[in-house]
Design a protein around this ligand. Structure first.
Ligand SMILES: Cc1cc2nc3c(=O)[nH]c(=O)nc-3n(C[C@H](O)[C@H](O)[C@H](O)COP(=O)(O)OP(=O)(O)OC[C@H]3O[C@@H](n4cnc5c(N)ncnc54)[C@H](O)[C@@H]3O)c2cc1C
Length: 375
């Protein structure tokens, strides 16, 4: 793609809608097939301000308010879920870095990430530890001004191409977050292929074998790794994943209305059949309800209201389910043609299910929502 780069703009939902239509939608199927987001697209996204959404202006970012952030992620989710999720990862690294990082870390990493020169990744999940992050096994030892890491991480989005990893480990039993640069001795990166959905996430397995980084790479205090840094990152990730799920549900709806208008059976377009209308109506109400829950969470987040955490859990829980439900109906409406690779709804169906797993599974959301309501 030879689009000339603009100076970084402060993104609006409308500008991103146009960017999605011209730069993301036309290559979504190819990215899914090749299991890759081209590096050039990150450069173009940086020019649109998309890589700096969670970064304060002071550090070269385009930090937008939560309503705009949500609307932008909805547009990205409508375009292609893997690109939307990549932006979620940018937020999950940059937001905690901007809050808990040292000035030196912020100056070193945030402008470069906003500019698209550096791609970040967040490494929490391990082969033996998924939902129960308090039990992470990756071990950190502090020695002679260095943090030495040993352990493994799995399913790390953008891991195949990331330049810096925000890694979570245990130091003397206490949670820590550490920045590890690609190329650090002792860090091995193994690409993982064959994902069902979000296939262009470029996930990788990371192995740390006596991987040593300066103690200055710790993000936040020792002991704050899980309780503060990881939880802050996950809370941010849940919000943008919720909004991305709304976009995916919307894409299912738009594609289904289009198909149901063109395809004629029993002498009438599918959309005139009441049972098809029922599915379309459910998709409309499901996505509208999810959008409203995201908006409510966004308002509370903007106000810094502590209730935002629960509202975000509720929004992510519902929106990811709405996306799965919409993708299910979309495939049904498309019949056999929806089962063919290359048909957008076949991809939506695969992508939607992943939304119920990342940034906390639906079951973890159910448990946490119940806990927050003191049930
Ligand atoms: C496409 C993709 C991208 C990802 N990107 C990243 C990334 O960038 N960084 C990262 O760190 N991780 C990433 N992950 C990993 C993801 O965060 C984990 O898959 C998720 O946290 C769930 O962990 P798990 O898969 O190990 O499932 P498990 O925790 O093993 O759970 C398996 C099942 O059991 C259920 N379950 C577990 N405990 C309970 C319980 N107490 N009660 C009821 N049910 C329970 C779960 O809900 C789930 O259904 C990614 C995963 C995918 C698929």
């Amino acid at each position: 793609m030879n689009t000339p780069l603009k100076a970084t703009a402060v993104p609006t939902a409308l500008a991103i809608r146009q960017f999605v239509d011209t730069h993301i939608l036309p290559q979504a199927a190819q990215m899914d097939q090749e299991q890759e987001i081209p590096r050039a697209l990150f450069t173009e996204m940086a020019a649109e301000g998309l890589t700096g959404l969670a970064i304060p202006e002071k550090y070269g970012g385009t930090a937008v308010d939560y309503a705009t952030l949500g609307a932008i992620h909805e547009e990205l989710g409508r375009g292609y879920a893997s690109v939307q999720n990549a932006c979620t990862v940018f937020g999950m690294v940059c937001k905690p870095l901007a809050r808990f990082g040292s000035e030196a870390q912020k100056h070193k990493w945030l402008p470069a990430i906003a500019g698209g020169e550096v791609i970040p990744a967040i490494a929490i999940t391990e082969p033996m530890v998924g939902s129960d992050i308090a039990k992470l096994e990756t071990e950190a030892v502090q020695e002679d001004g260095q943090i030495i890491l040993n352990g493994r991480k799995k399913y790390i989005t953008l891991g195949q191409i990331a330049d810096v990893f925000l890694v979570f480990a245990r130091l003397n039993g206490r949670g820590v977050a550490v920045l590890v640069e690609r190329g650090t001795a002792g860090l091995q990166i193994n690409p993982m292929r064959g994902l069902m959905g979000l296939r262009a996430n470029m996930i990788a397995e990371l192995t740390f074998e006596h991987c040593s980084v300066p103690v200055e790479n710790l993000v936040g205090k020792i002991g704050f790794g899980f309780t503060h840094v990881a939880n802050y990152a996950l809370d941010e990730g849940r919000y943008t994943t919720a909004c991305g799920s709304v976009g995916l549900a919307q894409a299912c709806l738009e594609q289904s209305i289009h198909y149901a208008s063109e395809r004629v059976q029993f002498g009438e377009p599918l959309r005139k059949h009441q049972l098809v209308q029922k599915m379309l109506s459910e998709m409309i109400t499901g996505s509208k309800a999810a959008r409203e829950l995201c908006a409510a969470a966004g308002r509370l987040r903007e106000q810094g209201d502590p209730a935002a955490i629960t509202e975000t859990l509720v929004a992510k829980y519902h929106a990811s389910k709405a996306a799965v439900h919409a993708a299910d109906h979309a495939l049904q409406i498309h019949g056999a043609s929806g089962c063919m690779s290359g048909c957008p709804v076949e991809r939506f169906y695969r992508d939607a299910k992943i939304m119920e797993i990342i940034e906390g599974t639906s079951q973890m959301h159910e448990l946490q929502i119940a806990r927050n309501f003191r049930l």
